[in-house]
Design a protein around this ligand. Structure first.
Ligand code: HEM
Length: 246
């Protein structure tokens, strides 16, 4: 992974690129926009994968969560595999054993898995992914189940949304773990982390100590961000993040 470098490294002033304002108005005596210079536009330089990795980190920071150094130099894939995604990614009805083994298959420990699941402190899920939990699971707070059933009927409404963290869905904090301790995890897979199993003690610690959670989450994000990136001449730098280059 030689081409990887970190955004936290400072460039020397000589290598630092001019600010956008300076570039735009270079040589101009007024604020009239210039014609394009002879310098070619800077495209095919930063991959969409790197942009996403940095945006994810900055989004977490913006919502009150921890920061971490993002190694850069990933390239974008030219192929995708739905069957690999279906096999490798755990689903919302997973058991704890399945969660642990699917993360282990990618070199992530059970502790990494439990810390990374804390990303569910933000965002939402569609009804189809938590319906079975709110109607069938026994280890769920009754009031919480009733509230969620209000917008997720037994049939229909598959796409209806509910917050993954019932307390502070738009803030990055340790409330997700407090939800789990009070049987208010939205996904079956969430509540598996606190269901008389191996992760109960860690969930309890995270629910009481957000600094511990933040440190473990940041470390696990660095680890996850380094899983088999495309580098060198593998893949490509997409010009449009929605599609492989023509
Ligand atoms: C542990 C295994 C995991 C399972 C089973 C799981 C499952 C899910 C499901 C079913 C949803 C709802 C998707 C939808 O309704 O369209 C979701 C949302 C989300 N997940 Fe996970 N997830 C897992 C781990 C992770 C990890 C490791 C992260 C990031 C570090 C993450 C971040 C998110 C975020 C941010 C959302 C909200 C998306 C939004 O609001 O648009 N999840 N997850």
């Amino acid at each position: 992974m030689a081409p990887f470098f970190s955004t936290t490294r400072r460039r020397s002033p000589a290598r630092r690129p001019p600010s956008p304002t300076k570039t735009l108005f270079a040589g101009s005596k007024s604020s009239t926009p210039l014609k394009p210079t002879s310098r070619p536009p800077c495209k095919a330089t930063v991959s969409c994968a790197d942009i996403l990795a940095v945006a994810a980190r900055d989004g977490v920071v913006k919502l009150g969560g921890p920061s971490w150094p993002v190694a850069l130099g990933r390239r974008d894939a030219t192929t995708a595999s739905q069957s690999a995604a279906n096999t490798d990614l755990p689903g919302p009805s997973s058991t704890l054993d399945a969660l642990v083994s699917k993360f282990a298959a990618k070199g992530l420990s059970a502790r990494d898995m439990t810390a990374l699941s804390g990303a569910h402190t933000i965002g939402q899920s569609q009804c189809q992914f938590f319906r079975s939990r709110i109607y069938n699971d026994a280890n769920i707070d009754a009031d919480f189940a009733a509230i969620r059933q209000g917008n997720c009927p037994l049939s229909g409404g598959d796409g209806n949304l509910a917050a993954l963290d019932v307390q502070t869905p738009n803030q990055f904090g340790n409330e997700y773990y407090r939800d789990l301790v009070s049987s208010r995890g939205l996904l079956h897979s969430d509540q598996e982390l606190f269901n008389n199993g191996t992760q109960d003690a860690l969930v309890t610690q995270y629910s009481r100590n957000s600094n511990l959670f933040f440190g473990d989450f940041a470390a696990a994000m660095v680890k996850m961000g380094a899983i088999t990136p495309l580098t060198g001449t593998s893949g490509q730098i997409r010009l449009n993040c929605r599609a492989v280059n023509p």
